[in-house]
Design a protein around this ligand. Structure first.
Ligand code: ZN
Length: 563
């Protein structure tokens, strides 16, 4: 899933303030945040493993391919050499049942009504996929309904589907949430910060819950925070999904995106004004609008079920081995993707996320060299993140180590190898008491926390820690800083933009022998300290009062051992 280095001018800097915000400070005082030594972390490990995992031999590490076999073999070999034990009851892997659905032979998307015959081309104007294991997908005569942001949030007394029977219809949905575009963090949907309601995953889940046959999100680069090229390549070709268990959630027939100009054409044909209705959709009490037009399309699907793998290693704790600190990173990437003009069609995924996977090994080695701490350290390389955090969701709903005995963790996704920085970027600042461990670790190298400058992009919901957070486990997601030693915030923002526009989720996310790894090594030392502190601490850090995940954690602690 999307993970990109934040490139936004004018990032907020809070200097050395305590990030856990007022809510946490009182409780933080009672937290046991022990002193720890720095780790002996190998830069050679980072370089060698990132280079190897992102080489063409690994073919972009698509789940269910030879690339997976090679990746799992490399990781188990390196975890063993680092002194870890197999994490899953004697096995290094946890099988993750997936299904791969590849759409093909796409008919145009037609939109018809009285005096209206519109036809749109797949990939250029729209993309569509089926989550259902049907060899044939057909959307027929499906009434189009504009449902604004497509949100049903009872706790915010907001329901864009109020009084609507969506059976057999197709929802046309805006991306992000109604607060998009505001400057402050105040508002019914946390102001500028995207809530989970803004994510495409939520939009499809809700449309399906409403009984819709189709769900089409209107693409716009800013509220989506990525261009059509990303949508086109991510929603085309083989798509992996979790195999559906017994009482799995309902599914639409088809989920997809349409380009904004296409949506404008459709609204015009319906005698409606998209921008006026988009403004109306920002207010509570917005009423969905039937467009009086019908959509239709069809395509065929190749279906393949297979088992992918999460790779798990553990460094058993000395005195409290049944308490776990977890490090996560996804090993998978996009495999073969839309070719670059030079014909290169391997999405090598060097930054995303060969770096994070290499970091798991480098940290495991360093902790191994330092000897076992009091609590156990878990290193979890998850699969199928690019298809919707599937490996992480599977682990979080089938945990090897009970979640109530999981103290918390650190997720690592995409180190942009841009040289040392004076700060780090905190995605989801002020959410939990883990910030106290982060602040302590930052003090040691005199760096400062910068709250994620693009809260509107919803990065906290876009990588593997989210699957754990959703189950209540406190998770930190910290990224490289933007305030680079060489060139400051300007250089950092430029690097982020360059990555997002030229390399992200494309064939050019490749290893570069000239990279300066000193910034990455700084960040790894930070993650080492935090992991070590958590593994020596007596405390069970929780989410701060009012955080969306606290209730889940409290319930899981109530029900289980540990926290
Ligand atoms: Zn990633």
């Amino acid at each position: 899933m999307i993970r990109t280095i934040l490139a936004a001018a004018g990032a907020l800097t809070l200097g050395a303030c305590n990030l856990s915000g007022d809510a946490g400070s009182g409780a933080d005082a009672s937290l046991d945040v022990p002193e720890v030594e720095d780790g002996d972390i190998s830069e050679a490990t980072m370089i060698d493993i990132t280079r190897e995992l992102s080489s063409d031999e690994f073919e972009g590490r698509m789940p269910g391919t030879e690339g997976e076999t090679k990746t799992v073999a490399l990781l188990t070999e390196k975890f063993a050499a680092a002194g870890l034990e197999p994490g899953n009851n004697g096995s290094w892997t946890q099988k993750v049942p997936l299904v791969e659905i590849t759409g093909k032979d796409f008919a145009p998307l037609t939109v018809t009504g009285d005096n209206t015959e519109l036809s749109f081309e797949s990939r250029k104007d729209w993309v569509g996929v089926s989550y259902r294991e049907d060899v044939q997908t057909s959307l027929e005569d499906s009434e189009l309904v504009f449902v604004g942001y497509g949100i049903n949030a009872p706790e915010r007394e907001w329901n864009d589907y109020e009084g609507l029977d969506m059976k057999g219809k197709t929802a046309v949905i805006l991306v992000n949430d109604p607060d998009f575009g505001t400057e402050s963090l105040e508002g019914p949907f946390n102001g500028k910060a995207m809530t989970y309601y803004g994510r495409w995953t939520y939009k499809y889940e809700e449309a399906a819950r409403q009984g819709a046959a189709g769900a089409l999100i209107i693409h716009e680069t800013e509220p989506a925070s990525y261009g059509w090229n990303v949508v086109e390549s991510s929603w085309s070709g083989p798509q992996a999904y979790a195999q559906r268990g017994e009482n799995a959630a309902p599914l639409t027939v088809m989920n997809g995106w349409i380009q904004k100009p296409v949506a404008e054409q459709i609204f015009k044909a319906a005698g409606q004004d998209l921008s006026a209705l988009s403004t109306a959709a920002k207010s509570k009490g917005f009423k969905p609008v039937a467009l009086g037009l019908k959509a239709a399309t069809s395509f065929r699907n190749d279906i393949r079920t297979f088992e992918s793998q999460n790779v798990i290693g553990v460094l058993k704790g000395k005195t409290r081995p049944d308490e776990y600190v977890i490090h996560t990173a996804h090993w998978d990437h996009l495999g073969r993707c839309t070719a670059a003009p030079d014909g290169d069609d391997i999405c090598n995924g060097a930054v995303d996320n060969a770096t994070g996977t290499a970091a798991l090994v480098a940290l495991a080695e360093a902790h191994g060299k330092a000897g076992a701490p009091d609590r156990s350290l878990v290193f979890l390389a998850v699969t199928a993140e690019e298809s919707g955090l599937l490996g992480a969701y599977y682990y979080a709903s089938n945990p090897v180590f009970p979640l109530s005995q999981t103290v918390g963790g650190i997720n690592m996704d995409a180190f942009l190898v841009g040289g040392p920085s004076k700060d780090v970027t905190v995605v989801g600042p002020g959410k939990s008491q883990l910030d106290a461990f982060l602040n302590k670790a930052l003090e040691t190298d005199g760096r400062t926390p910068t709250p994620n400058p693009n809260p509107e992009a919803g990065y906290y919901y876009r990588s593997d820690h989210f699957a754990f957070a959703k189950q209540g486990v406190p998770m930190l997601y910290v990224d490289g800083g933007e305030d680079l030693v060489e060139g400051g915030r300007e250089a950092g923002a430029a690097l982020g933009t360059e990555y997002r526009e030229n390399r992200y989720h494309g064939p050019k996310d490749e290893f570069d022998e000239s990279w300066d790894w000193s910034g990455v090594m700084q960040d790894l030392q930070l993650f080492y300290r935090i992991g070590r502190m958590l593994a020596m601490s007596e405390s069970w850090p929780n989410w701060n009062e009012g955080d969306e995940f606290k209730a889940t954690r409290d319930a899981s602690c109530e029900a289980g051992e540990g926290c």
